[in-house]
Design a protein around this ligand. Structure first.
Ligand code: T3D
Length: 262
C-alpha cells in the first residue's frame, strides 16, 4: 500500500508510526485509517519489529474522523458512515491482534476515534497538556472505534457513561487518575519516555508478550475456568520458546538475559 499520511520509522526494534496530517489535527480520513491498520498488520509478520509506537505530528494526537470527509462541503456525495466505521474496526482489530506491544504516545488532544485509538493500545503515555474527548455526542454519534468496549473496562460504567454522554474533555492527569492511561509526563519529555519504554519492550521476550496480550484480550470475555485453561495452553507455548530457556539460564548464571523475541 502507498503511505501518504502515516510516517514509518524502524529503529532498535521499534516501529514508530506517526499520524501526519497536523493541519487538521491528524484527523483520520479513510486513507490514513487504512494505512495505520496496514502498518500494524504488516508489523505482525516483520521479525525486525518487536514493538510499535503510535504518535501524532504537531500539536495533536488525533482529532478523530475527518469531518470534512464525513460531510464534504464541496458537494461531493457523503460517504457511507458504516464503511467509515468498518475502517476503524479493522484498525482496532489489527492493533489488538498484533501480538507485539503497542505503545501510544499521546502528544496532544485525542478526540473521538482518536481517543479510542489511543485506548486500544497496550500502554498509553500522555503529555501533560494532552486531553481525551469522547466527542461523538457533540455530533449526534455514539462512541465507536472500540469506545464502548474499552471505556467501561478501563474506568467503570459510571465514568464511561459520563464521558460518553457529556463528551467533556478530560485532562491527561485526570485520565491517569481514573486508570484510563498508564503515565503522564512533561510534554518535552514525552517522546523520550515513550520511546524509551518502547525500546525496553522491544528487548523483552516478544513471543511471551504476544501470548500475554492474547490472554488479556480473551480475559475481557472469558469466565475463570476458560481463562485458566487458556493460560495453561499459552504457558505451554511460552515454555517452548528460546527466550524462556534464556531467561532461566540467565537467572541461574546471575546475569541479564538477552532475549531474541522467539
Ligand atoms: O463518519 C463518521 O463521522 C463516523 C466516524 C466517527 C468517528 C469520530 O471520530 S466522530 C468525532 C469526530 N471528531 C470530532 O468531532 C472532533 C472535532 N474537533 C474538535 O472538536 C476540536 O478541533 C478539538 C477539540 C479536537 C481541538 O480544538 P482546538 O480549538 O484545539 O483546534 P481547532 O481550531 O478546533 O482545530 C484546528 C484545525 O483542525 C481547524 O482547521 P482550521 O480552522 O485551522 O482550518 C479544524 O477545523 C481542524 N480540525 C480539527 N478536528 C477536525 C478538523 N478537521 C476535520 N476533522 C476534524 N475532526
Amino acid at each position: 500500500m502507498e503511505y501518504r499520511h502515516v510516517l514509518r520509522e524502524l529503529d532498535a526494534g521499534v516501529l514508530t508510526l506517526t499520524l501526519n496530517r497536523p493541519e487538521v489535527l491528524n484527523s483520520c480520513n479513510r486513507q490514513m485509517t487504512a494505512e495505520l491498520g496496514d502498518a500494524c498488520t504488516a508489523a505482525a509478520a516483520a521479525d525486525a519489529v518487536r514493538a510499535v509506537l503510535i504518535t501524532g505530528a504537531g500539536r495533536a494526537f488525533c482529532a478523530g474522523q475527518d469531518l470534512a470527509e464525513a460531510v464534504p462541503s464541496d458537494g461531493s456525495p457523503v460517504p457511507d458512515i458504516g464503511a467509515i466505521v468498518e475502517g476503524y474496526n479493522q484498525l482496532i482489530l489489527a492493533i489488538r491482534h498484533l501480538e507485539k506491544p503497542v505503545v501510544a504516545a499521546v502528544n496532544g488532544v485525542a478526540a473521538g476515534a482518536g481517543a479510542n485509538l489511543a485506548l486500544a493500545c497496550d500502554i498509553v503515555i500522555a503529555a501533560e497538556q494532552a486531553s481525551f474527548i469522547q466527542a461523538f455526542v457533540k455530533i449526534g454519534l455514539i462512541p465507536d472505534t472500540g469506545g464502548t468496549f474499552f471505556l467501561p473496562r478501563l474506568v467503570g460504567l459510571a465514568r464511561a457513561t459520563s464521558l460518553a454522554m457529556l463528551g467533556d474533555k478530560i485532562s491527561a492527569p485526570q485520565a491517569k487518575e481514573w486508570g484510563m492511561i498508564h503515565e503522564v509526563v512533561a510534554g518535552d519529555l514525552l517522546m523520550d519516555a515513550a520511546g524509551g519504554l518502547a525500546r525496553r519492550l522491544a528487548t523483552q521476550p516478544t513471543r511471551g508478550l504476544g501470548l500475554t496480550k492474547r490472554a488479556l484480550n480473551a480475559s475481557l470475555a472469558n469466565d475463570i475456568e476458560t481463562q485458566l485453561k487458556l493460560e495453561a495452553e499459552l504457558q505451554r507455548e511460552a515454555g517452548h520458546t528460546a527466550d524462556h530457556k534464556e531467561g532461566v539460564r540467565a537467572f541461574q548464571e546471575k546475569r541479564a538475559p538477552t532475549f531474541v523475541g522467539r
